[in-house]
Design a protein around this ligand. Structure first.
Ligand code: SAM
Length: 270
């Protein structure tokens, strides 16, 4: 049986009794970084064989782990912090367990995106999680987030947060955002405000770990017709014809005007 075990995202006391029991009673523990996980295990007197399982060896180790699970071993998987599989290794293994009918479960616990969502105070009834904002394609990710009707949760590095806020400001300076930093740690803070306000707040690069939360909006008024049509095609899977129709409705312009505009762009590019 495979046990995915959530571990603290900062404060070592944020571990459940069941997580401790599971780690104590399993045959071995896979983790991303044995030195880092040893700190947690030492704290709770857990003495178990620790083996590394990280993004660089997760495919290679798969066969061995599956064989051990099929042989009846009780194996735990933890990541450096938080919930395995959430921007951490585990998913490939879980998918294989599903395929091979190997039993597995998740011992619930800390998960930074969910922690940040709650801390943000934003709508929790509808949300999307987009992981790390891509370095290539930041604008596209931001446009998608800003046009999503619910709350968006994204991971971001301190060195890039100001550039990302700048992208948001360029499209919608008044959009409400929250930045949850160093959650559960000594210097935990959650800043809430408009994108413009938080950009001004971070005159210098912040320190620590960050989750960015963006309030839901709707279609952006300040996207050009071309950008809007592109977004509807790319992010919502519409054909060009459908996208033009929807864009015309959203922009409150006649359909013909939208067609003509796209036609003029096509002529320009030919
Ligand atoms: N699986 C983890 C989880 O469930 O929280 C997420 C792993 S991901 C590789 C690490 C990222 O999560 C960090 O770069 C940061 O964006 C976010 N993160 C983790 N711990 C955090 C904390 N204490 N405060 C703010 N963000 C955190």
């Amino acid at each position: 049986m495979l046990y995915l075990v959530s571990t603290p995202i900062g404060n070592l006391e944020d571990i459940s009794l069941r997580a401790i029991d599971t780690l104590k009673s399993c045959d071995l523990i896979f983790c991303e970084d044995t030195r880092r996980s040893s700190i947690l295990l030492d704290r709770y007197g857990i003495q178990k064989k620790l083996l590394s399982y990280h993004k660089f060896n997760e495919k290679k180790s798969l066969e061995g782990i599956l064989a051990d699970l099929e042989a009846g071993m009780k194996i735990a998987l933890i990541s450096d912090a938080g919930t395995p599989c959430i921007n951490d290794p585990g998913h490939i293994l879980v998918a294989q367990c599903v395929e091979k009918n190997i039993p597995f479960t998740l011992i619930p616990g800390p998960c930074s995106p969910i922690q940040a969502l709650v801390m943000s105070g934003m709508d929790t009834t509808r949300f999307q999680y987009i992981g790390f904002i891509p370095r290539n394609g930041t604008k596209k990710a931001i446009v998608q987030a800003l046009s999503y009707p619910g709350t968006t949760i994204a991971l971001e590095s301190p060195s890039r947060i100001r550039d990302t806020l700048q992208e948001i400001v360029a499209l919608d300076a008044e959009r409400r955002v929250a930045i949850a930093r160093e959650m559960t740690k000594t210097y935990e803070e959650c800043l809430r405000g408009t994108a413009k306000e938080l950009l001004a707040h971070f005159a210098k690069e912040p320190k620590g770990e960050i989750v960015l939360v963006i309030a839901g909006g709707g279609i952006l008024d300040n996207l050009t017709l071309e950008e809007l049509i592109g977004m509807l095609q790319e992010l919502h899977g519409l054909t060009l014809k459908e996208a033009i129709k929807v864009a015309a409705v959203l922009k409150k312009i006649p359909k013909r005007e939208a067609y003509n505009y796209m036609q003029s762009l096509k002529n320009l590019n030919n």
